[in-house]
Design a protein around this ligand. Sequence first.
Ligand SMILES: [Zn+2]
Ligand SMILES: [Zn+2]
Length: 350
Amino acid sequence: MTEQITTVSAYAAPAANAPLERTTVPRRAVGEFDVLIDIKYAGICHSDIHQARDGWGEGIFPMVPGHEIAGVVAEVGPGVTKFAVGDRVGVGCMVDSCRECDNCKAGLEQYCVRGNVPTYNGLDHSGEPTYGGYSTHIVVDEAFTVGIPEGISLDVAAPLLCAGITTYSPLKRFHAGPGKKVAVVGLGGLGHMAVKIAHALGAEVTVLSQSLRKKDDGLRLGAEHYYATSDDATFEQLAGSFDMILSTVSAPLPLDKYLGLLRSEGAFVNVGAPEEPVSLNLFSVIGGGKTLAGSMIGGIAETQEMLDFCAEHGLGSEIELIRAEQVNEAYERVLASDVRYRFVIDAATI
Ligand SMILES: [Zn+2]
Ligand SMILES: [Zn+2]
């Protein structure tokens, strides 16, 4: 790739709710601080499906989803200092931000007050649409590219770029670690990473899932306890137990009931987002001085920290590797919660 904009192969939804199909999309020329990444793997995140089906409205089509990208640097711009050709790298949910606001300066680019540039379904600073990871190549500023350490293979690393950082960041912020009891609500793409990471941080992990269907998996992934939330006895038995509850589900939960599972000054943190507002009796947080919080992905420096942590502890995602033409079928299976625990597209098949 040289000075010219290039077209690359990709899988795109041509319109809202249309099946994804193979096409080509433009990639900008490699600029001074850009890296050209030869994509090897792209994870399928639940939010890809939301956006490709325009669940949040105002989608930009054609849309190439994918914000769990792992690949190898194929070319660097003249100003690039962090990476060299051949380096193993990843790209997550954002590819730029204003870089000037207090949040950006504090390493919280995900909360950029001017809005960050999403990896797909957004417009970059020159007003061009961004296209995501279901593609053979992507051009990204080195400041929004992270290194994938040798200790993790690229296929199981890809989902860490969204599912990994989304769970790592709040677990760190609320001090999951030795002596702490952490509950993870939901054992899906996000939840299974939350269990692995919380366990590696040294916390005593409990999974709260609708049924006991995935209990064996939960215990294998690092949980010490596993309870069904469909059983009301769970809420009596575990009342006042946890220092932190991390909810990874997008179904609206009965918050008062869950807040009752926290110890005094414990925190209930949402990374899953129900589409409808939820109700809350504020006495559920006032009594016991509890915290109800939210969290969205993580900053770039923290994403690098998460990858280094995962490599050190031998953590990757549990994946089902698919060919690109299986993507529509994979979407249906994600919606049916029939994946253990993340689909990853082999970019060589795009
Ligand atoms: Zn995601
Ligand atoms: Zn900013």
